[in-house]
Design a protein around this ligand. Sequence first.
Ligand code: NAP
Length: 251
Amino acid sequence: MLPVRILVLGGTAEARALAAALDNAGVDFESSLAGRVSRPRLPVGLVRIGGFGGAAGLASHLRDTGVTHLVDATHPFAATMSAHAVDAGRATGIPVLRLARPGWGSRPDAAAWHWEPTLDAMRATAETLGERPFISSGRQTLPAFAPWSDRDVTVRVVEPLDNPAPPRWTVLEDRGPYRLDGELALLRDHRIDVLLTKDSGGSYTSAKLDAAAHLGIPVVVLSRPSTLPGAAEVSSVDACVEQLLAGATGH
Ligand code: NAP
């Protein structure tokens, strides 16, 4: 077998599942986290934390640490990191495999959602649909909703906000996985009449969509950034492991 050393760009449940599978298979690997979350859920195995210093920094890291395969298992909306992975792969000749969970677009209720390409478009659409929004699109998206400082907005974030939210906003700190009963209670208790989300996909945070469907609450969805050419893509951890092990054994 050829010597293999895999770097997994993580920060997702899939990346943690991949780390567990690689650990189980006895493969040499390391996971990388951005360091955004103060108490991150850590994958099994070796973990490094912090940015690389752009695509060039990542390329140096790959060379310096003898990485043979790079897996980009970052969140579907971590577009900068994914672009850097492709660029670093090109610069070093190291193959890049993208592990991206499927989006929610194939759900039966997704056809009725309001799909938008930008945060500004989400805000404009949501204003036509309701007056008490629930923003679940992440801390980094909140500046786009600053014009709603005079509204009763409910926001859910994993990490505390850096700056205080407007007085009329309710900020909930929590992290998935979420369950339907809790999401129904949240939407009812805060009298939510429009839900805003990214098309994150997966089951960790999808209960809010079931709850919105149950209560007839309209949903505004931020579409995914377009995928970049230059990385092979798989949508499941099993397929990712299969490809990596096939590459490792030269099959
Ligand atoms: P981003 O905007 O695509 O990346 C910004 C910078 O953060 C990158 O240029 C890189 O810094 C650093 N970075 C990102 N992911 C990294 C990783 N896994 N290891 C080392 N450095 C990393 O990323 P983001 O959207 O802020 O997401 C940051 C992390 O949170 C990612 O690991 C992602 O999987 C996770 N996450 C993101 C979301 C989301 O909605 N965006 C949701 C859940 C989890 P350098 O240029 O210095 O290398």
